[in-house]
Design a protein around this ligand. Structure first.
Ligand code: UD1
Ligand code: UDP
Length: 361
């Protein structure tokens, strides 16, 4: 049989894909890893391959940045040629980035089945490019691998057959749990001269960082937080220009750094008093680490991190009050973890995929 093809391309794909590749490898299933090149800076891409033990991609399409249409189209053209050449029995896609939807669209037009890891999440906010990508990818997928029970309801209400949906848990959390021993909070603190409590901030959503108006609001809030305690902000390249122009660097206790490698990033998160973010993955990682998470968004596609985790949605008006409450609350160390976020999603996904492939051969 020809190899199954994994399509990755952007930072959040890599920690989701690593456990799936490892579990399929352990079962001797032939596979091929494609990197679209959507993300390309060392710290947005290659560093994850080094740290997470991912194999080097068999192919890198090198598409780079562009408008949604330019980027998605370039990925589609590259993948079409590749899929026709290799005729994979299955294409596996991850999350909700442009590389995900592009791969699903190309595969389904070539009548190649698609497996979607992290299917069924919904923010119900169609102004988010990720929501468009998720909905389309799910409609095109044959195997829908979900991280939480709410996703099953979303998919069935959109007409997806129940027998295509598999509740397997969260492969990104497999990666987190597998690396727990390598997170060194003291080392990470020392690297940024953090002697007292601190907050980690990550912000990159277009709604938050693309316009000067929202960038100014964010910077004001980050400075207010820095009046209370140190803020470490690994800055995603998307927001660098607007946030810096809005005065981000004009506060001594805001430590702006380049995007961090996975180990250093999670080490800092683990040792922090709270995280202020608009990231999808970080809402999940803080939930498992038991670190309070303040999500600067009007909605989340990951409500389980609120009901069974440490997450709360905040606005630029409410975030300071929420942070003060978090800082004043006693830390018991006890916290809930969502169902099946247990480090075994990769093998469960591999079981589903193996069964699917067996059924087709
Ligand atoms: C993408 C995903 C988003 C995800 C985020 C994770 C889409 C539509 N969005 O957003 O869901 O949360 O990745 O990080 O797929 N850039 C660099 N170097 C890089 C990559 C990007 O400088 O290695 C800069 C470029 O100026 C580029 C901008 O960042 O134009 C945005 O990159 P892009 O991949 O288009 O979207 P993200 O905002 O990264
Ligand atoms: N991450 C990292 N270094 C950073 C910021 C993030 O290693 O400086 C990791 C973190 O594990 C996170 C993942 O990259 O969950 C994906 O992050 P991002 O916020 O870019 O994507 P999203 O989850 O919002 O799509």
């Amino acid at each position: 049989m020809s190899p199954v093809i994994h399509v990755t391309g952007a930072r959040p794909n890599f920690p989701k894909a690593a456990p799936v590749l490892a579990a399929l490898q352990a079962r001797g299933i032939e596979q091929m890893l494609v990197h679209t090149g959507q993300h390309y800076d060392d710290k947005m891409s290659e560093i994850f391959f080094r740290e997470l033990g991912l194999p080097q991609p068999d192919v890198n399409l090198g598409v780079g940045s562009g408008s949604h249409a330019v980027q998605t189209a370039a990925i589609m053209v590259g993948l079409e040629e590749l899929f026709i050449k290799h005729q994979p029995p299955l294409v596996i896609v991850y999350g909700d980035v442009n590389s995900t939807v592009a791969a699903a669209l190309v595969a389904s037009k070539l009548h190649i089945p698609v497996a979607h890891v992290e299917a069924g999440l919904r923010s119900f906010d169609m102004t988010m490019p990720e929501e468009v990508n998720r909905r389309l990818t799910d409609q095109l997928s044959d195997v829908l691998l979900v991280t939480s029970e709410d996703a099953i309801g979303h998919l069935t209400s959109e007409g997806v057959d129940a027998d295509r949906i598999h509740f397997v848990g969260n492969s990104m959390i497999d990666t987190l749990l597998a690396h727990l021993d390598s997170f060194d909070v003291d080392k990470a603190r020392a690297a940024y001269l953090l002697n007292g409590p601190y907050v980690v901030a990550t912000l990159h959503r277009p709604a938050n960082v693309d316009s000067m108006e929202s960038a100014r609001e964010l910077v004001e809030v980050l400075h207010q937080i820095a009046d209370r305690l140190d803020v470490v902000f690994p800055l995603h390249p998307r927001g660098r220009a607007t946030l810096e122009a809005a005065g981000l660097l004009d506060h001594q206790r805001v430590h702006v750094v380049d995007p961090l490698g996975y180990t250093e990033f999670i080490s800092l998160v683990r040792g922090s008093s709270a995280v202020v973010t608009d990231s999808g993955g970080v809402q999940e990682e803080t939930t498992v680490l038991g670190v309070p998470c303040l999500t600067l968004r009007p909605n989340t596609e990951r409500p389980v991190t609120i009901t069974n985790g440490t997450n709360q949605l905040v606005t630029t008006q409410s975030v300071i009050g929420a942070l003060d409450a978090v800082l004043a609350a006693p830390q018991t160390g006890e916290h809930a973890v969502p169902e099946l976020w247990d480090g075994k999603a990769g093998p469960r996904i591999a079981d589903v995929i193996e069964n699917f492939l067996r059924g087709r051969s």
